[in-house]
Ligand binder design. Structure first.
Ligand code: COA
Ligand code: AMP
Length: 671
């Protein structure tokens, strides 16, 4: 059923949206009733320091109290709060609100015993285990500021975050479990500490019995690498006294979450407490349509913003159970894993990345595995992290659930900028669109000069200030960078860094980034950062990295290097070294596997690398050469190098496939 512009405008969604823009004060003070305040705010928006805005400036609250204690006080302490399901260890455990609150209060006591208090930072580097949530909520209980670092990042990345956040304590585990290997965290933490110049008082390690040589087997060897005291989580917990929630002002930072920018230095997005609590509470009801007692599963990682908002805080604030999944969509053990878990726990709202659905689809194109499970508890499938391509959207509608909600997000915004507000008024979803603007987000399209672009015209997607509660307040220690990156380019607007258009009924289509950020399997990565790593190799004079189209991961990095004069290392050897360098410094998550050696990089006469042309070459698209190109011969040479590389890669893949196909036949044939 097609929806008209009038239906969008006049329905419950349209009314809410209008009020949020025209009268934000009333709208958000009303939404603030979803939160239990220590002292209730009487003012929603403080614009006195515009273009910096503050939400609920005179409210005080505690986030962990809102996520845990208040549900216990309301008589729901025995209900499930956290469901842990690990496909890589075959373990599962359900924590009630009582149990989770007790663990959180006790771990808050542990942190306090190490001197962590209001405003102190704690870096959390953990796999997808309940303790990652317990540590975060414990920080929130103390008014300490957590900074969770994704476990797929390497030591150097962890070090840059430690250097910037300057934590008092680091909380980690002895390792994570990937399907093909164990990722030992302690050497990574030790190396990161050795690389950083921050002074850290203590590292608290959760021992996992599955990891050989883990924390309980002794940390003396790591203590030799870096001078820091290591503590065992379990032992600390037996000694600690539970800590009560500490009230903080609404504007107090809850966490710093680092995300990729265009340079090598990650941006530390700062989230406030009160505005975030209100935004999440509003979204749980109106976007995810979840209330107390129901189950929400966000199959992401606590290291990403989606994990912060809808694995850790959102569901718990709503009094719902949050499902913490350690595993992959496929291969752990198979492509039915999502549906098996949805059936087992009667998941109501399921949220994952399009890349995960593509991975499932590849293994189960007809959706035969889905039919084997009762997933009727699902009310919708939520997708974000990258644009849901129309093919994936249609497959999901046909095979998973008729209601598929693609919603557009950023680490900076903390929650969805656009979506389909099924708890308020469910409207049709449109393939390829991230949906309608979320109340509070005044989304507009501007050209590069700052002029409004007419309906359906593509341009820079911006959000008119003020943005709603829950959005970033600054970049940690980099307030000027915050202004420069987001507010200065178009005064009065927040620059999203995404480009796209809005259709006649107001649906927003996000088509790509306008900067050097790429999206690999729903993970946001900086090509500039990878270029820096490549260029630092002793053989490399210059490097460029672009996002190549990938059927599974959306995009994958593809590198080009120009060698220094006189370097004669064979290309395969160099390629191996470069791939290992990116993996070792940025992390496996970059999926950096392709790099070619070229004589020069195509540039404009003013020296700008023609990345668009590099992308076109790698993706086999039509080459549109700008008149400003300095030397077309360089581009032709790059073209030959790319073709040769891709052809050789394909031949090698075919040879491997043939060898694999021949293997069982050989085994079966009599010797
Ligand atoms: N710790 C350590 N290493 C990690 C890791 C972690 N937490 N997460 C991923 N990695 C490693 C993987 O082991 C892999 O290493 P490899 O090169 O040795 O195989 C590499 O990083 C790339 O990982 P990933 O992107 O997860 O690719 P994959 O091939 O293992 O799986 C998908 C592909 C599509 C199944 C997977 O990317 C996926 O589930 N994506 C969803 C992403 C998501 O939830 N995004 C959050 C936004 S909502
Ligand atoms: P991150 O900050 O890691 O959440 O990445 C944010 C970026 O991912 C956005 O700026 C977009 O480029 C992209 N993105 C996230 N969700 C979507 C979506 N639903 N549609 C299109 N792009 C998306």
């Amino acid at each position: 059923m097609n929806i008209t512009r009038e239906q969008v405008r006049e329905g419950a969604y349209g009314r809410a949206y209008r009020q949020s823009i025209e009268d934000p004060e009333t709208f958000w003070l009303d939404a603030a009733k979803g939160i239990d305040w220590v002292s209730e705010p009487t003012q929603a928006l403080d614009s006195s320091n515009a273009p910096e805005y503050q939400w609920f400036p005179n409210g005080t609250l505690n986030m962990s109290y809102n996520a845990l204690d208040r549900h216990i006080e309301a008589g729901r302490g025995d209900r499930q709060a956290l469901i842990y399901e690990s496909a890589v260890t075959n373990k599962s455990r359900v924590y009630t609100f009582n149990e989770l609150r007790d663990e959180v209060a006790r771990f808050a006591g542990v942190l306090a015993s190490h001197g962590v208090g209001l405003g102190d930072r704690v870096v959390i580097y953990m796999p997808m285990i309940p303790e990652a949530l317990i540590a975060s909520l414990a920080c929130a209980r103390l008014g300490a500021v957590h900074s969770v670092v994704f476990g797929g990042f390497a030591a150097k990345e962890l070090a840059s975050r430690i250097n910037d956040a300057k934590p008092k304590v680091i909380v980690t585990a002895d390792g994570g479990i990937e399907p093909n290997r164990i990722v030992e965290y302690l050497p990574i933490v030790a190396e990161a500490l050795a690389l950083s110049d921050a002074f850290v008082d203590a590292v608290i390690v959760k021992d996992r019995p599955e990891i050989p040589g883990g924390a309980k087997d002794g940390t003396e060897w790591v203590a030799d690498i870096v001078d820091v005291d290591w503590y065992d989580w379990d032992q600390e917990m037996t000694q600690a006294a539970p800590h009560d929630p500490v009230p903080v002002v609404a504007t107090h930072p809850l966490y710093i979450l680092y995300t990729s920018g265009t340079t090598g230095a990650p941006k530390g997005v700062v989230r406030d407490t009160g505005g975030y609590a209100v935004a999440l509470s509003w979204s749980m009801r109106n976007l995810y349509n979840i209330e107390a007692g129901q189950v929400m599963w966000t199959a992401s990682d606590v290291g990403w913003v989606v994990g912060h908002s809808y694995i850790i805080y959102g569901p718990l604030i709503a009094g719902a159970a949050t499902l913490v999944y350690e595993g992959k969509p496929v291969g752990t053990p198979d492509a039915a894993q999502f549906w098996r878990i949805i059936e087992k726990y009667k998941v109501r709202s399921f949220f994952t990345a399009p890349t995960a659905i593509r991975a499932v689809r590849k293994e189960d194109p007809q959706g035969e595995l889905i039919k084997k499970f009762d997933i009727s508890s699902l009310q919708a499938l939520f997708l974000a992290g990258e644009r849901t391509d129309p093919d994936t959207y249609h497959w999901a509608v046909a095979n998973v659930h008729p209601k598929v909600v693609d919603h557009w997000w950023q680490t900076e915004t903390g929650w969805a900028i656009t979506g389909n507000f099924i708890g308020l008024q469910s409207v049709e979803s449109r393939a390829g669109s991230g949906g309608l603007p979320t109340p509070g987000f005044n989304v507009q399209i501007l050209d590069d000069e700052g002029n409004p672009v007419p309906t359906l015209g593509e341009g820079n997607i911006v959000i008119k200030q003020p943005m709603p509660p829950g959005t970033l307040t600054t970049l940690w220690r980099k307030h000027k960078r915050y202004f420069r990156c987001y507010l200065k380019p178009f005064p009065g607007y927040y620059l999203t860094g995404d480009s796209g258009y809005i259709d006649r009924e107001g649906y927003v289509y996000v088509m790509g980034r306008t900067d050097d950020v790429i999206n690999v399997a729903g993970h946001r990565l900086s090509t500039g950062q990878m270029e820096g790593i490549l260029a630092a190799h002793q053989a490399v004079a210059e490097a460029a990295v672009i996002g190549a189209a990938d059927a599974l991961k959306g995009e994958k990095p593809f590198g080009f290097v120009v060698l220094k004069h006189g370097v004669d290392t064979p290309e395969p050897v160099l390629r191996k070294e470069l791939i290992q360098k990116v993996r070792g410094e940025l992390g496996a998550v970059a999926s950096f596997k392709d790099v070619v050696v070229v004589h020069g990089l195509p540039k404009t006469r003013s020296g700008k690398i023609l990345r668009k042309n590099l992308r076109q070459l790698v993706n086999g698209e039509k080459l549109i050469v700008p008149p400003t190109i300095e030397d077309t011969a360089v581009l032709t040479q790059v073209q030959i190098a790319v073709h040769t590389y891709l052809r050789e890669k394909e031949e090698a893949q075919q040879a491997r496939a043939q060898a694999a196909a021949a293997e069982p036949a050989q085994e079966a044939s009599p010797a």
